[in-house]
Design a binder for this molecule. Structure first.
Ligand SMILES: [Zn+2]
Length: 433
């Protein structure tokens, strides 16, 4: 089933006409309603009237994560706050979180693109879905919820955690679809085995997995252990949350809903467009969003794009799985972690050095674990153990309050952490992704 056939299967020319018209409307809307963008346009000597076709998008300036941070909380909004119906936050690079908001129409858009995702994955109206993404400020739970509601699924909103209960719900209510992070579904398989559940005869037949990068080998493992189809969903809260792109049952790239999220692939160094099919940074313009529309947002995700018609019948272009990042952000259990956040914390704590290392590991199907190694004054090691423990506890508490995930903190002596070119290596990612 294809949820919005008229756009998902549109010809390239037809789609370009629609995108061009929407971009022209967006340029006028954003120029008239958002001071920050008006200044950006003026600085680039662009008037909304200069934007007539989708090709004109190249005249427009980029938007970055730093723009979001610098204009926190409401600077990048185009809608009045009284028209905003929901807000979500995700972690920012330092200090302030990234705030996003939705008008009523934006929620309708979110519901629509998420419904397209579930159809892509093979869901049918009347199916039951277990949504085990976290509900709350994280966009995963509610985004999936709105889409499931829109397409007529029966929803079991378990949110994340409480694994034994998740498994009981799977057995008792027989949901055909599970939506959660790929590492969590593997973790649940381990728990299920311990409880004596035969996972290959479980009820989940379709998985919609995202919010963290994962590999083809992980997919093979999930499909094998649960005897299900495992599909990849992509999204980011700045653009809308989950629902930006989704694999169809052929699993040959993620269909990006380009009638509303216009994709460009650029060379991250020069900002120039990459030749079709080559790897580059994904840049997205939200053509129809109202509360906080973004023009040419630099996602920092490295992908390639394929414009060929898919075997499923959709013409929406397909992006590859994420091949890397242009910054050093890591995603752990659906949460964005920036090394700079930890640096920021350490700068505020005496007796520590801004030399640290984040080690991420995923041991034998357990959830991702984060260890932070922190260099502290040599003197601390000759003091009483109690003082060392107090300092460790303080660092752990402050890092956890900023990152919103549990971490293990290990204090080490100065110059213990490996340096390269004089700089400490900030991130060691041991997960096989
Ligand atoms: Zn397809």
């Amino acid at each position: 089933m294809i949820w919005k056939q008229e756009v998902e299967c549109a010809g390239r020319k037809e789609l370009a006409d629609l995108q061009g018209k929407q971009l022209a409307d967006l340029a006028g809307y954003i120029y008239n309603n958002c001071e920050v963008y008006r200044k950006k346009f003026d600085d680039a000597k662009i008037k909304p009237g200069d934007i007539r076709t989708i090709a004109d998008i190249k005249k427009l300036p980029f938007t970055t994560k730093e723009d979001m941070r610098d204009n926190y909380p409401y600077g990048l909004f185009s809608a009045k706050q009284t028209d905003v119906r929901e807000i979500h936050v995700s972690s920012g690079t330092t200090g302030n979180p990234t705030l996003v908001g939705y008008t009523r129409d934006d929620i309708a858009l979110w519901s629509d693109v998420m419904a397209r995702c579930f159809c892509c994955a093979g869901a049918e109206p009347g199916d039951t879905i277990q949504i085990a993404y976290g509900y709350g400020l994280f966009t995963g739970g509610l985004g999936a919820h709105y889409g499931a509601l829109e397409m007529g699924l029966r929803i079991i909103p378990t949110s994340s955690g409480q694994t034994a209960r998740q498994l009981k719900i799977m057995q008792d209510f027989r949901p055909r679809i599970i939506a959660c992070t790929p590492s969590y579904v593997l973790y649940m398989a381990e728990e299920a085995k311990e409880m004596g559940i035969d996972t290959r005869n479980g009820n989940w037949k379709i998985g919609v997995f995202g919010a963290e990068p994962w590999s083809e080998s992980m997919r093979a493992e999930i499909e094998d252990v649960w005897n299900m189809l495992a599909t990849d969903i992509y999204g980011l809260s700045e653009i809308i949350g989950p629902g930006v792109a989704q694999e169809c049952t052929y699993k040959e790239g993620l269909h990006i809903f380009s009638d509303v999220f216009y994709p460009e692939i650029i060379n991250p160094e020069t900002g120039e467009e990459m030749p079709e099919g080559q790897d580059g940074e994904l840049v997205i313009t939200t053509l129809t969003k109202r509360a906080i529309p973004l023009i040419r947002y630099r996602t920092r995700d490295i992908v390639c794009i394929n414009y060929e018609k898919c075997r499923c019948g959709r013409t929406s272009p397909r992006i590859s799985k994420i091949k890397g990042r242009t910054d050093d952000m890591i995603v752990v259990r659906g949460i964005n972690v920036f090394p700079s956040q930890i640096e920021h914390v350490l700068l505020g704590i005496e007796k520590t050095h801004p030399h640290y290392q984040i080690v991420v590991d995923r041991k034998a199907h357990k959830l991702d674990e984060v260890e932070v190694l922190v260099e502290v004054d040599q003197k601390m090691f000759s003091d009483e153990i109690k003082q060392l423990e107090e300092l460790r506890g303080k660092i752990k508490k402050e890092i956890e309050s900023v990152l919103n995930i549990g971490v293990r903190v290990t204090l080490v002596e100065p110059k213990t952490i490996e340096r390269s070119m004089g700089k400490a290596k900030r991130v060691v990612d041991k997960r096989s992704i």
